[in-house]
Write a protein that binds this ligand. Structure first.
Ligand SMILES: [Zn+2]
Length: 290
């Protein structure tokens, strides 16, 4: 699943090619149309398909920003600001190509769901193998309240204070640290890979209850999460499964991970263990992590 660093990579590659361009025309796959007829809202949420296409047509992309694991396309149409909020789900990917045939990998080319034809003769293509990604067209963020509950960006000055205050709530005190740091209302954009990694590097057991960790340890843990996220951004993200940037390239962070998916602890060389927390698999070293 793409996490913050992977989404940052997508946004950084989208910005130079898509900012300032106008969407001339929108195409939606027959798969999404059929799913709509069956009463489902695959990928395109909160609007019907025809109005979605019509509202996006002739909209200019004024700005693209990452917020947590979401991509915000700020749009301008007929002097009105629109906001398209999208996330990549498990297997979503954007491609900037002249033709869909230019998408090198079959698995993406076979699962194209939304095409924006741009005024520069190119297209922005959204492909998604498992269709867990989402697109939501709104006039502003408050039309989808969960967005307003997101923790500050981890790189913002207020994020550490927010984390410490949230961790004091009874709701989190009794939870495992792993589930707590993966909660988007506590920390933005820290998913399974980076939570696993930061806890290992801090030698904290993922199942340890928050109330059993002192503030003195929580502060450097937060800093470690930020460091791991930054390290991954620099490495171009992790390509554990289907992450690609818009040029179809995979990132290199997976080679730098010390615990996620590892059979053996790199520090003490004993076999790692796994525990499921909040439905996600957590690797840890039973000797190093307490
Ligand atoms: Zn160990």
């Amino acid at each position: 699943m793409p996490e913050l660093p992977e989404v940052e990579g997508v946004v950084n590659s989208l910005k130079p090619v898509a900012t300032g361009k106008t969407i001339e025309h929108v195409e939606i796959s027959s798969v999404l149309q059929v799913s709509r007829q069956a009463g489902k809202q695959a990928i395109i949420k909160g609007s019907e398909l025809e109005p979605f296409k019509q509202e996006l047509a002739n909209a200019k992309i004024t700005q693209i920003v990452r917020r947590s694991k979401y991509i915000y396309f700020h749009l301008l149409k007929d002097q009105q600001e629109l906001l398209l909020v999208t996330h990549l789900g498990m297997t979503g990917a954007w491609f900037y190509v002249q033709d869909t045939a230019d998408i090198a990998e079959d698995k993406f080319r076979k699962h194209i769901h939304v095409i924006w034809k741009l005024d520069d003769g190119m297209m922005l293509v959204y492909a998604d193998i498992r269709r867990f990604g989402e697109m939501r067209l709104m006039t502003s963020e408050d039309q989808f309240p969960p967005l307003l509950l997101m923790a500050p960006e981890p790189f913002n000055e207020s994020a550490l204070h927010h984390f410490i205050e949230m961790s004091k709530l009874t709701k989190y005190q009794n939870k495992s640290i792993k589930e707590t740091i993966m909660d988007g209302q506590v920390i933005s954009g820290c998913g399974n890979i980076y939570a696993t990694e930061a806890l290992y590097r801090m030698r904290i057991h993922p199942g340890r209850k928050v109330k059993r960790i002192s503030q003195k340890r929580l502060i450097p843990l937060f800093q470690m999460i930020v460091d791991v996220l930054n390290e991954s951004i620099s490495a171009g993200g992790s390509s554990i499964s289907d992450y690609r940037n818009i040029n179809g390239e995979a990132g290199g962070m997976q080679d730098r991970l010390q615990m996620y998916g590892k059979k053996q602890c790199p520090a003490c060389l004993i076999p790692t263990k796994q525990v499921v927390l909040g439905g996600r698999n957590s690797w840890y070293c039973p000797s190093c992590q307490r």
